[in-house]
Design a protein around this ligand. Structure first.
Ligand SMILES: Cc1cc2nc3c(=O)[nH]c(=O)nc-3n(C[C@H](O)[C@H](O)[C@H](O)COP(=O)(O)OP(=O)(O)OC[C@H]3O[C@@H](n4cnc5c(N)ncnc54)[C@H](O)[C@@H]3O)c2cc1C
Length: 400
């Protein structure tokens, strides 16, 4: 009798969004990080984000970036230079909460911390680090990361942007496309071909010849700044180049960091959508009953929650491996591929539970779903991650 009572009590405490209790695998400090970020998002973003999305603009984005900086979220997994030096799991949990608000917010933070700041932290000279990292960590300076070009996406080795030496300077010509934070950035990390292979350059966006027109008419990531970078004879000093790194190793090391954040973040969009679907299903009545009482609805809810738990376990396993220094980049591809794909499926299924209301911005579901279409494509498309994992499994490259 007492055993049965205990079992019943346990069952009643089950969290429908965390059926297997992954929460208990987190430390108290990790849960505290998550709560802090969740509270920040609830105050700074959630009341406004649907409106930003509808209008395709973030009101007072610079103040938002400063608030994120004050909260220690910019470059939070980096050491020194005013960065918080948190663990990979802490960073992942933060990404999840940010993306539960909107993938655009997580993209802003990812590009600032994992692409622009990480590139400077990992590959920059001491002067680059001193000049940019403290301001970027505080949110007083915004960074962007220019790799993709109009004719060069999945195959960055084909980039056309060139940097040539002219006396003591470098002169950069080319165009970058689909660059997050581009139009609001103070500094752009630009990758360009040189006679010595691909190199990275730290380019102040006030440099003559540099412009960053906004890309409009997006149907996805509307609460995110996406831009073209135009480099028209941009002259920077010799010291603007990353001193050591050559070839694709430089940008790929940064992409790996950002992909890590995405494999956590995408679960936030999924959790928010499932939460909305669960609430809706319990209040919406058809045929005289809540739609959550129909078997087909329950099957959808159950399948989604199980997929969410599987994704969270995968993220936590990868996060612990990263913190232990034993993470293989292929494992990041496994995580990004699976979790973004699952998250998108969860959003689509949640959308069906909300019926016609599912297409409205009154609910977060279709906003998340549309956002995840970008997330599926950027930082390596799902096809490219499949081929990365396929190559690791078979020893054969199917890229070209
Ligand atoms: C909102 C948004 C923000 C972005 N932010 C940034 C940013 O901040 N910085 C940046 O540098 N880039 C950014 N990107 C660009 C993004 O990384 C690229 O879109 C992505 O790498 C894919 O490149 P592409 O769009 O040119 O597609 P393509 O490379 O042209 O691919 C088109 C299709 O062909 C497939 N394909 C290509 N090659 C192969 C192959 N060998 N085998 C099988 N299939 C293949 C792809 O998987 C895809 O399905 C952003 C994109 C978006 C949408």
């Amino acid at each position: 009798m007492s055993t049965a009572t205990t079992k019943t009590a346990r069952r009643q405490t089950l969290d429908p969004l965390d059926l297997v209790g992954i929460d208990q695998l987190l430390s108290g400090d990790e849960r505290a990080v998550r709560s802090t970020v969740r509270a920040m998002c609830a105050e700074l973003v959630d009341p406004f984000v649907a409106d930003w999305y509808e209008r395709g603009t973030i009101d007072d984005v610079r103040e938002l970036v400063r608030s994120l900086g004050r909260g220690g979220l910019l470059g939070m997994h980096l050491e020194g230079y005013g960065c918080a030096g948190m663990s990979a799991v802490d960073y992942g949990l933060a990404c999840l909460e940010l993306e539960a608000s909107d993938s655009g917010l997580r993209s802003l933070v990812s590009v600032q911390g994992s692409l622009a700041m990480f590139a400077i932290h990992q590959w920059g000279s001491p002067e680059h680090k001193d000049e940019w990292l403290p301001r970027m960590a505080a949110g007083d300076a915004v960074g962007c990361f220019g790799l993709t070009e109009p004719d060069s996406g999945s195959d960055p080795a084909s980039m056309r942007t060139r940097a040539r030496q002219d006396g003591d300077d470098w002169v950069i010509d080319g165009r970058k496309m689909w660059i997050t934070n581009g139009s609001i950035a103070d500094v752009a990390v630009v990758w360009a071909g040189t006679d010595d292979g691909i190199r990275g350059f730290v380019v102040p966006t006030t440099s003559p010849g540099f412009s960053a027109p906004l890309i409009k008419h997006k149907m996805s990531l509307r609460a995110s700044v996406t831009s073209e970078l135009v480099l028209d004879g941009v002259r920077v000093p010799a010291s603007a180049a990353f001193p050591e790194v050559r070839g694709l190793r430089g940008p790929l090391s940064c992409l790996n960091e950002a992909r890590y954040g995405i494999l956590w973040g995408s679960l936030g969009a999924a959790r928010s959508s499932l939460h909305a679907a669960l609430e809706y299903a319990s209040t919406r009545e058809q045929f005289g009953r809540p739609i959550s009482s129909f078997q087909l609805t329950q099957q959808k809810l159950v399948d989604m929650s199980i997929e969410l738990s599987k994704g969270a376990l995968l993220a936590l396993t990868i996060g612990r491996a990263k913190d232990d220094g034993r993470l293989d980049p292929v494992q990041v591809s496994v995580g990004k591929l699976n979790n973004v794909r699952s998250a998108l499926e969860i959003c689509r299924t949640s959308r069906t539970i909300l019926g016609a209301n599912g297409i409205s911005l009154e609910y977060p579901v279709m906003r998340h779903m549309n956002n995840l279409e970008s997330v599926l494509t950027y930082e390596g498309t799902s096809e490219m991650h499949t081929l990365i994992v396929g190559q690791a499994m078979t020893g054969r490259s199917a890229f070209a």
